[in-house]
Write a protein that binds this ligand. Structure first.
Ligand code: FPP
Ligand code: MG
Length: 296
C-alpha cells in the first residue's frame, strides 16, 4: 500500500463531507452570518493535506470501524486544526501574510473577521462531534469521552498550552527538552488525539490502545521535526510565507543530520509499535512513512 493510493480516495471523502456539511450549515443560518461562513470556508478549503482526519480514518480502519462512522470526528479535528492556523497567522502571533500559497485569513478578510472565523471553527467543531449521535454505532457516554479527549488535546494541556510556550518563550536559547515539550504539546497533541479518537469512540480500554498511543506520540513529534526540517531547508515555504518571528525549533538544538536521525528513529518506533496489529495497521504505517519523507 502506498500513501497516495490510500489517501486519495479517503481525502476525497473527507473533503466531500466537509463541503456538504458546510453547505448545509450555511443554509441553516441567517444570511447575515454569510461573511463569517465565507471566512471559515476560505481556510477550510485552503489546500491542506488533511493529515489529521486521515489519521482518524486510518486509526478507525485499524480498529475495524467503517470510515463513514468517524467522519464527523475526523472533520471536527480538521476544524480545530484550521482555526489554529488562522489564529497562528495573526499579527499578535506569528504574523504570517500567506498560508498554503494564498493570503492568510486576516489578509483576505481582516483581523476581526479572522479572529471570529477561528472562534467559530473551534466552537462548531463541538457541534460536529454531536453529529456522531446520529449514527447508533457509538454510545452517548463514549461520544462524550471522545469530546473530552478533543478538548483536552486541543486546550491548555495540549495545543493551546504548547502555543503559549511557543509565542512567549522570548529567548532562543532553548534546551532540547524544552523544544521537545513545546512540540509535543503544540503539534503532537492534535495528532495523538486523531489517532486515539476512534478508540475513545468505541470505549477501548488502555491495554488495547497502548500500541496506538505509542504510534501517535512518536508520529506527533516526528511531524513537527519534519516541519522544522522543511523550514530549515527553504527560506520560503509553500505552506507558509517567510518567517517574521523566530520560533523554538529543533534547528536550534540539533544539526540537520541529527534532526533526520531523530525523525527516522521516531518513525521506526511508530511503525514497530503497530507490528502486533498486522495488516489492518498498514494505513497508519503508510502515513508514518509519508511523514518520514514528505516535502510539503
Ligand atoms: C502545519 O500542519 C501545522 C503545524 C506543524 C502545527 C503548528 C501548530 C500550530 C500552528 C498551533 C497553533 C495554535 C494556536 C492555538 C493558535 P500541516 O502541514 O498538516 O498543515 P496543512 O493543513 O496546511 O497541510
Ligand atoms: Mg506559524
Amino acid at each position: 500500500m502506498t500513501f497516495e493510493s490510500y489517501s486519495e480516495p479517503r481525502v476525497k471523502r473527507i473533503n466531500d463531507f466537509l463541503d456538504s456539511n458546510l453547505l448545509k450549515f450555511r443554509g441553516s443560518v441567517s444570511q447575515r452570518f454569510a461573511p463569517l461562513i465565507s471566512a471559515m470556508q476560505y481556510s477550510l478549503e485552503g489546500g491542506g493535506k488533511r493529515l489529521r482526519p486521515l489519521m482518524v480514518v486510518a486509526a478507525a480502519e485499524c480498529l475495524g470501524l467503517p470510515i463513514d462512522d468517524v467522519l464527523p470526528a475526523a472533520c471536527a479535528i480538521e476544524y480545530i486544526h484550521t482555526y489554529s492556523l488562522v489564529h497562528d497567522d495573526l499579527p499578535a502571533l506569528d504574523d504570517d501574510d500567506t498560508r498554503r500559497g494564498k493570503p492568510s485569513n486576516h489578509k483576505k478578510f481582516g483581523e476581526a473577521v479572522a479572529i471570529l472565523a477561528g472562534d467559530a471553527l473551534l466552537t462548531e467543531a463541538f457541534g460536529l462531534m454531536h453529529q456522531l449521535t446520529e449514527n447508533k454505532r457509538f454510545n452517548a457516554l463514549n461520544i462524550l469521552n471522545a469530546t473530552e479527549l478533543l478538548s483536552t488535546f486541543a486546550g491548555v494541556r495540549g495545543m493551546v498550552g504548547g502555543q503559549l510556550l511557543d509565542v512567549t518563550s522570548g529567548n532562543l536559547n532553548y534546551s532540547l527538552p524544552e523544544v521537545e515539550f513545546i512540540h509535543i504539546h503544540k503539534t503532537g497533541a492534535m495528532i495523538l488525539a486523531s489517532v486515539l479518537m476512534p478508540a475513545r469512540l468505541i470505549g477501548a480500554e488502555e491495554p488495547r490502545i497502548k500500541n496506538l498511543r505509542r504510534y501517535g506520540e512518536a508520529v506527533g513529534l516526528a511531524f513537527q521535526i519534519s516541519d522544522d526540517i522543511l523550514d530549515s531547508e527553504a527560506t520560503l515555504r509553500y505552506s507558509r510565507g517567510p518567517r517574521k518571528k523566530p520560533k523554538p525549533s529543533y534547528t536550534q538544538v540539533m544539526s540537520p543530520a541529527e534532526m533526520k536521525q531523530k525523525l527516522n528513529s521516531l518513525i521506526d518506533n511508530a511503525t514497530q509499535a503497530l507490528a502486533e496489529e498486522g495488516q489492518k495497521a498498514e494505513p497508519l504505517v503508510a502515513i508514518a512513512e509519508f511523514i518520514r519523507t514528505r516535502r510539503h
